[in-house]
Design a protein around this ligand. Structure first.
Ligand code: MG
Length: 252
């Protein structure tokens, strides 16, 4: 994997372009320069069809050498892989599909899992579906356009069409709007979808940061949750530190 000066984000125009586009990013969940659309074509051109591991490799290559991406990335991806292998999930919920990178990663690490991935942007959902189809996992990964914070419509859709119910969920990966981490986790708990022993993994807890989520996990440590904080780096660079939290539900 290419590293060297590219691991320092300040030397990369595509990183600055993303920083300048942060307003667009907050509204549309795309940087605004077409890099997500180009990623889908890049995957279709460069990755072996039906090979999830190769799709992951090609997206990492794009994130380092073409345009910086807000995927979980290769370094934090290993933490996600390990959590998936520990949980051996049958049903997974992802919040924040973006371009489908982590969904491909989870589907590859858990070949029996059914994954529902909720994405706010329908444009991103289309891109992710192309990536998932190319990886050969589209029969096991469903991208649902919506948000759990919409007053119940998306949650009901998960229950009525995708088999969500009491204790039905083994694994959650949270990687969307940082302010929604804690309210969405509480909604999931309120619906009773998780069972004791289920794992919840949260990306970007330090960068950009989800301090309320982290504080909640600290407050409930040993009673409701058992959390491991993994010190790592934000994606596709080595300057900014990040935390990935892996939390096991003790009591539903
Ligand atoms: Mg992330």
């Amino acid at each position: 994997m290419p590293r060297s000066w590219k691991s320092i984000p300040f030397f990369r125009w595509s990183f600055w372009r993303m920083a300048f586009g942060v307003r667009h990013l907050r509204e549309h969940w795309q940087v605004g320069d077409g890099r997500e659309e180009r990623l889908a074509a890049y995957v279709e051109t460069h990755a072996r069809h039906g090979d999830g591991a190769d799709v992951i490799r090609v997206i990492d290559d794009y994130g380092y050498n073409e345009s910086f991406l807000m995927n979980v990335g290769d370094e934090k991806g290993l933490i996600l892989d390990a959590a998936i292998e520990r949980a051996q999930p049958a049903r997974v919920l992802e919040l924040g599909t973006y371009c489908g990178y982590s969904a491909v990663r989870m589907a590859t690490a858990a070949p029996a899992a059914q994954i529902c991935s909720v994405e706010f942007s329908s444009a991103n959902a289309e891109i992710a579906r192309r990536v998932l189809t190319h990886a050969g996992v589209s029969d096991r990964v469903t991208v649902v356009v919506g948000t759990l914070g919409d007053g119940g419509a998306t949650a009901r859709q998960l229950e009525e069409r995708h088999g969500f119910g009491l204790g039905s969920l083994d694994f959650v990966f949270i990687d969307h709007d940082k302010a929604a981490y804690l309210p969405d986790l509480k909604l999931i708990l309120g619906r009773g979808w998780l069972h004791p022993g289920a794992l919840v993994v949260a990306d970007n807890v330090k960068f950009p940061g989800a301090p309320e989520y982290r504080a909640y996990m600290k407050q409930n440590e040993g009673t409701l949750w058992r959390t491991i904080e993994h010190e790592t780096h934000a994606e596709y660079q080595s300057m900014f530190k990040d935390l990935v939290l892996v939390s096991e539900l003790i009591e539903a």
